[in-house]
Design a protein around this ligand. Structure first.
Ligand SMILES: NC(=O)c1ccc[n+]([C@@H]2O[C@H](COP(=O)([O-])OP(=O)(O)OC[C@H]3O[C@@H](n4cnc5c(N)ncnc54)[C@H](OP(=O)(O)O)[C@@H]3O)[C@@H](O)[C@H]2O)c1
Length: 298
């Protein structure tokens, strides 16, 4: 199948492009060039009006919409840009393609408020910041697009293939290696899944004869605080844990409001699609495997 993926210079998109390329003809876009970019890669600013060139080039049967502005503070300070890139871009892809082209939209736990623990697909969304609102808009345009779709709400952790980038996991690892103290929230809970494990689920969804046409929650099956995750990660990677200090989100001011309960209930997806989602130990083991492989490559 011909698959176009947005956000390929980002954490999830880069790995997804590599994983899907084993079975599909993959085309990737991002907002910048980078050394490790795949061969079928072009820059497309999702803020632009001209999506037609990318569609003519890639002729997709499926588009995985992973490109987004993910920095909550930046989104809060630049709401028009956040709504355009995370939301209105989906409408532009719908206008630029015919209705046979399927959409997989990568959404987030951030569409839910803190008051919800283990949010289900049937729970009402109520984003508490601009990032969450802009992703809700992306979900809206996906459903409105009048084609087969799947909206995946998730909470991901992983490593960047793009060496210009560093995310949450790299931040924890790098601080430990440089013996720099960092503070991780012990009052924020989530149930993360690795980008590789989520990639396997996306592969499965693409292979389905009957496309889901619904929202599904796909994440890990165990809940931890951000602090506990950091400690367990460093232990699994045999790195020094003394660099991590326990902090509280409640003591952070001057930043975009972030939920302190980011948990998603994934029972519906597991039961309906007969899939077994990972426990924390599986996720840490997967990160360790790619971390070790990365060390050898470098
Ligand atoms: N990371 C998380 O914790 C998390 C949790 C839940 C859901 N999600 C969702 O999962 C998806 C992937 O997240 P991620 O962590 O892989 O994100 P990421 O590493 O921040 O990557 C974002 C990607 O979007 C691209 N992008 C940003 N602005 C753009 C623009 N104007 N035009 C075109 N592309 C643009 C970036 O391109 P450049 O880098 O080239 O600028 C990059 O390729 C996102 O949709 C996000 O909302 C993420």
């Amino acid at each position: 199948m011909r698959v176009l993926i947005t956000g390929v210079s980002g954490m999830l998109g880069a790995t997804l492009a590599t994983m899907l390329a084993k079975e599909h003809e993959v085309f990737g876009t991002g907002n910048s060039n980078y050394d490790e970019q795949p061969k079928n890669y072009k820059v497309l600013d999702l803020n632009s009006e001209n999506y037609q060139d990318i569609i003519t080039w890639s002729k997709p049967e499926i588009i995985v919409l992973s490109g987004a502005l993910t920095n909550g503070n930046y989104c809060n300070n630049n709401p028009d840009e956040a709504f355009s890139i995370n939301g209105i871009s989906v409408k532009k892809f719908a206008e630029a393609t015919n209705k046979n082209v399927k959409f997989i939209y990568i959404s987030t736990d951030a569409v839910f408020p803190s008051a919800l623990h283990l949010a289900k697909e049937t729970d009402c969304v109520f984003p508490e910041n601009v990032y969450g609102k802009s992703k809700e808009l992306g979900e809206f345009f996906t459903k409105l697009s009048d084609r087969e779709f799947c909206i995946i709400r998730t909470t991901i952790v992983g490593l960047n293939l793009n060496s210009k980038k560093a995310g949450f996991v790299e931040w924890i690892i790098n601080a430990s290696k440089k013996a720099e103290e960092i503070s991780l929230f012990d009052d924020v809970v989530f149930n993360p899944i690795s980008i590789w494990e989520l990639g396997e689920e996306i592969k499965h969804i693409i292979s389905l004869k009957d496309f889901p046409n619904e929202i599904v929650h796909i994440s890990g099956t165990e809940i931890v605080t951000k602090y506990e995750f950091g400690m367990e990660l460093l232990k699994r990677l045999n790195l020094d844990t003394t660099t991590i200090k326990s902090g509280l989100i409640s003591s952070f001011k001057d930043r975009a409001k972030r939920c302190n309960d980011q948990t998603l209930n994934c029972n519906y997806y597991q039961e309906k699609y007969k899939r077994k989602l990972p426990k924390l130990a599986d996720t840490l083991q997967t990160i360790n495997q790619y971390y070790e492989a990365d060390k050898i490559r470098k």
